[in-house]
Design a protein around this ligand. Structure first.
Ligand SMILES: [Zn+2]
Ligand SMILES: [Zn+2]
Length: 377
């Protein structure tokens, strides 16, 4: 396992942010060259790259997906493989996910799948929610035609190596909503001559925070987090004419997200009208829910046999763009425990535990065997 562990550390030292992962893709290309994949597809949806290993007989195409991108977070760790780029680091463990697929590639280079094809896909720009959709929209992806897609994410706070599965929603849908309210500035001595968005802003902040619970989605997870706001400037002679509110919406299903969005937009429209304001709403970081197919989850369950497996009672609250692959194949994502003592994801002291590389690779190899059996012609 020295090859994949060294690869992980080399990638950790040289992180690249979403949409800028060309150097990382080149490193993977160099790693896979001696493994002699049957096909290499470069430039998928940006820096994406796929390595294909083919069996002799016809059979299903099974895609395993890893992410390529690091985060705009400064690493505080002092170990030898710390990030060489100030302000950018692998704080979600995507370096480890890449190494796991590299370890699977090493095995496949020695023993090709009995039938069908295995596609090891390295996808760009997961953290911004744009990469999976870009890969799927790329015409080079149309040649792949996967029957199944699988991915894992390491999970700090869970015992090392524990496999966490869930039927239905695995990770929530989310989106960032930015609301701009525009009135008219005035002299602070005569605020009545202007139109201040202050009151409407306060009502909206209070309402948006309560909105999903007020709408009653039953037991389904749905919530909104006001992440920031701005009203006017620190100019004591001026009454404000502009306000912004930034809120992150989350839900268990895309249908519920659509209802929350529609209600939030309606209330913004009403409040703006009541207070004589113009408004503008924009969205970013849009993630669909990651919804696991029952058949794909069954494959994971069979592959893990008697291994440590737990079922997540609720979907994870974070979001993942892996959900996009459900539009092209049966999909399932599972969690892999990174240890109870591990720093949390996206924290400046986080680091992917190397011991998960062989554990993750073994689970994927089991999945390939089981998924191959399921569809053997
Ligand atoms: Zn992340
Ligand atoms: Zn991640």
């Amino acid at each position: 396992m020295t090859g994949p562990v060294n690869l992980r550390r080399e990638i950790h030292r040289n992180p690249e942010r979403s949409g800028c992962e060309t150097g990382t893709a080149q490193r993977l290309l160099r790693f896979f060259e001696p493994l002699r994949p049957d096909q290499v597809i470069e430039g998928l949806g940006g820096a994406g790259i796929a390595f294909v290993f083919s069996g002799k007989e016809a059979g299903p195409t099974i895609l395993l997906r890893s992410e390529l991108d690091a985060l705009p977070i400064h690493e505080v760790n002092e170990f030898e493989h710390r990030s060489l780029h100030d302000g950018t680091a692998h704080k979600c463990g995507h370096d480890g996910h890449m190494a796991i697929l590299a370890a699977v590639g090493e095995k496949l280079s020695i023993k090709r799948p009995a039938c069908g094809r295995v596609v090891l896909l390295y996808q760009p720009a997961e953290e911004t929610g744009q990469g999976a959709a870009a890969v799927i929209a790329d015409e080079k992806f149309a040649r792949i035609k996967p029957d199944y897609c699988f991915a894992l994410h390491n999970l700090p706070g869970f015992p090392v190596g524990e496999i966490v599965v869930r039927n239905g929603t695995f990770a929530c849908a989310s989106r960032g909503m930015a609301i701009r309210l525009t009135g008219k500035t005035a002299h602070a001595a005569q605020p009545e001559t202007g139109v201040s968005p202050a009151k409407a802003m306060c009502v909206l902040i209070a309402e948006l925070s309560e909105l999903p619970s007020a709408m009653d989605f039953g037991s389904e997870l749905a919530f909104a987090t006001v992440v920031g706001s701005r009203l006017g400037d620190q100019a004591f002679g001026t009454a404000p004419g502009e306000a912004e509110i930034w809120v992150t919406l989350r839900s268990e299903t895309d249908e519920t997200m659509a209802r929350i969005v529609s209600h939030a937009e309606k209330r913004t429209r009403q409040l703006a009208a009541d207070h004589g304001l113009e408004f503008e709403i924009t969205y970013q970081d849009i993630f669909a829910a990651t919804i696991n197919s029952d058949r794909a989850v069954d494959v994971i369950r069979r592959a893990t046999g008697d291994g440590p497996l737990s079922v997540a009672e609720q979907p994870f609250r974070w979001s993942e763009d892996f959900g996009c692959f459900a539009s092209v194949a049966r999909c399932a994502m599972f969690g892999l425990g990174a240890g109870k003592a591990s720093a949390e994801l996206h924290n400046p002291d986080y680091d992917f535990p190397d011991e998960l590389i062989s554990l993750g690779a073994d689970i994927f190899l089991g999945i390939l065997e089981q998924a191959g059996e399921t569809q053997r012609p």
